[in-house]
Ligand binder design. Structure first.
Ligand code: PRX
Length: 652
């Protein structure tokens, strides 16, 4: 164990497995070796003018920028003087060449419909819908809420806003009327784009109905545009609501992309993380687009013939940055699927991969752990040989989950990119280069170009190898958030308050002797056991490495003797039964894997864990339960409230 003089986070997990990229993969990849990665990374940090001048040539500018960066901490402006349009970059420039008839979006609805939309068709759809927006008096700078199912029209709506300079704020289709109402109020939106309904687990989600409930008693929204998807009965409010398909009858497909300023806002996306009131994260045009375009290209090592499937809903930043903007900016084929991974059976994803020959598959650890729980047979039923690269995002991927993903989904053939980033960072910040970086299960490895990441103690000093501290970014980067919409003081305090000029991520991390970054959990969740500070992720990974455990969350409970006792909430794999004996076995397993200090004092078996809609475990709620307190704070982002009730009932 490392000495801990400065009250740093300790590290006990030691992963010795290393997976080098296969020579055949490296040979055709964009970054083929570590020397190339290091040279480019060094250039991006030491000579940003040179690096970004070249990189920005990947985009089409309507007017070239003149100044790279204006940095008045914590406010940054990138590519000053430039004029650009995101939708022009994602569509127009591709239809001028051989990609004109290439599939831009391949879509499958949950009930099974299939659609393929070429770049030319998507361009036409976006232009026409942009004209619908203009016809409905939506103009540059206006905020527009998009509350849609995962259908191509969600992307059309986003790109149409981008085309005319309206600022979209996508609200995840699983959120309630209250969430829509809050976001309308905070963003000052004047229009909503929605659908009658969408499909999820065989039932229709009544989207328009939720919008009606959200708008009750408010005059803020002047226009609601409704796409007909599910054909469920809805109410149309005369004078306010219009049908998407009817509006199309009045417009043509001629809609030049507006020449926007590099720093014109592109979107606001609300994020709560796992605590507190949602924050409207504001992203702007050029820097964001360049960040997503470049990371999509290099991290996923894009090839012209790829079928790229990022499974995230467009309601999350991952859906914005990779399903829509990053993929399309690169002229890639992006797959979208509307529904649940286990509908009608737990092999839906594998079926889709086989049906469309998906080559790059990007999903979240929460999904991977669910697949493990459902069993390998569902995966093995399908031919997944088209896959060449796998990705993970959203949480630390436990080494055992990584190994399963590698072995069962990737047939020990596909590299895995474990990508660390945040809604706030806009694009991937730490990730392997799949053709170059030797991977170790559980680490996002090394920073992307332009990212100056470090792990520091409370005084801002870099900590030695294998000692945990705060993950910070020491330089601004193009796709960074520009502010919290309408709340500069909160922006300053939350992200830039710890160290002058450095961005605080809120995550705890350590670097190993190779300089790889290991995320150990959110700083707010760090446990303090008998004076030892432990990140949640290592203890959870130790739990998940037990053969019966599917998923685990650990939290601290006040303890007179130790300060905090470790409480683990554990869900078991299909077939495993909770028992006192299993509890003891799991406790010993943790003690054996990472040391007695992390041995859970208490293990609670549970059928499910409370998660946000995007799949992150809400440890804050578990802390309340573990301490026997009533639940405090916001629970509106909770995916399934009954999980909490069941957890508390288990207690009784
Ligand atoms: O704690 C980190 C975790 O997710 C947080 C960001 O969440 P959100 O803004 O919802 O964005 C998710 C999609 C980018 C981070 O602060 N996180 C995300 N990716 C990883 C991760 N933790 C560990 N490893 C990752 N690859």
């Amino acid at each position: 164990m490392k000495k801990n003089p400065a009250n740093n986070i300790e590290s006990h997990l030691h992963e010795s497995r290393v997976f080098k990229p296969h020579a055949a993969f490296s040979k055709t990849s964009l970054i083929r070796d570590m020397a190339t990665y290091r040279r480019l990374h060094r250039e991006s940090i030491e000579r940003p003018q040179v690096f970004w001048k070249r990189a920005s040539g990947e985009l089409r500018w309507l007017k070239k920028w003149t100044k790279l960066l204006e940095w008045k901490p914590p406010f940054a402006k990138w590519f000053l003087g430039g004029k650009i349009n995101v939708s022009d970059n994602c569509l127009d420039r591709h239809i001028e060449g051989p990609r004109r008839n290439k599939a831009a979006i391949i879509w499958e609805g949950e009930p099974g419909e299939k659609r393929t939309i070429t770049y030319q068709q998507l361009h036409r759809d976006v232009c026409r819908f942009a004209n619908v927006l203009l016809r409905n008096k939506i103009k540059k700078g206006d905020r527009v809420i998009i509350y849609m199912p995962m259908i191509p029209e969600a992307a059309v709506a986003m790109l149409a806003c981008a085309r005319i300079g309206a600022v979209h704020s996508v609200v995840f289709g699983g959120f309630s009327a209250d969430s829509i109402r809050d976001r309308i109020a905070d963003s000052g939106a004047t229009a909503v784009i929605t659908a009658d309904g969408g499909y999820r687990r065989g039932t229709i989600v009544p989207l328009k109905h939720n919008v009606d409930a959200a708008l009750k008693g408010s005059k803020a929204i002047k226009r609601v545009i409704v796409f007909r998807r599910a054909h469920n009965d809805i109410h149309i409010e005369e004078g306010r609501d219009v049908w998407w398909h009817r509006e199309l009858e009045y417009v043509d497909a001629n809609c030049p992309a507006a020449a926007l300023d590099s720093e014109d806002p592109l979107f606001i996306l609300y994020t709560s993380g796992s605590t507190g009131k949602p924050k409207g994260i504001l992203h702007t045009t050029a820097g964001y687009l360049l960040g997503v375009a470049l990371t999509t290209k290099y991290v996923f090592d894009l090839k012209e013939a790829d079928v790229f499937w990022c499974t995230a809903d467009v309601g999350w930043v991952t859906g914005h940055s990779y399903t829509v903007y990053g993929a399309l900016a690169n002229g890639a084929t992006s797959l979208m699927y509307e529904g649940a991974p286990n509908w009608p059976d737990p092999d839906r994803f594998w079926r889709i991969i086989a049906d469309y020959g998906v080559t790059v598959f990007y999903t979240a650890p929460t999904a991977i752990r669910a697949f493990i729980k459902w069993g390998d047979t569902w995966v093995n039923k399908h031919d997944l040989s088209s896959l060449r690269l796998l990705g993970s995002v959203g949480e630390p991927i436990n080494p055992e989950a990584w190994m399963w993903y590698h072995r069962v989904v990737g047939a020990s053939r596909c590299p895995i990119v474990d990508t660390w980033w945040q809604t706030e960072t806009g694009s991937i910040m730490i990730s392997p280069m799949p053709g170059a970086t030797p991977c170790k299960p559980g680490t996002a490895t090394l920073p992307f170009f332009g990212v100056d990441a470090a792990v520091v103690d409370d005084n801002g000093r870099e900590v030695p190898a294998d000692v945990g501290g705060k993950l910070v970014i020491r330089k601004p980067w193009p796709s960074m958030l520009r502010t919290i919409y309408g709340d500069k003081p909160r922006y300053r305090k939350q992200y830039w308050g710890d160290f002058k000029g450095w961005y605080t991520t809120g995550d705890g991390a350590r670097r190993d002797k190779d300089g790889y970054f290991w995320i150990v959990g959110r700083i707010d969740d760090v446990l303090n056991v008998a004076g030892h500070r432990l990140g949640t992720s290592e203890v959870e990974s130790a739990l998940v490495s037990h053969e019966s455990v599917a998923e685990a969350a650990v939290v601290g409970r006040p303890d007179e003797l130790k300060g905090q006792a470790v409480v683990a909430f554990v869900t078991l794999k299909t077939g495993a039964k909770p028992s006192g004996e299993l509890r003891e076995k799991i406790r010993s397993h943790v003690a054996h894997s990472i040391g007695a200090i992390a041995k859970p004092d208490d293990i609670r078996f549970s059928e499910a864990l409370p998660k946000t809609r995007s799949g992150k475990i809400m440890r804050r709620l578990l802390k309340d339960i573990a301490s026997g307190n009533s639940i405090t704070g916001d629970t509106t982002t909770l995916e399934d409230f009954s999980v909490l009730t069941r957890l508390r009932d288990d207690e009784a």
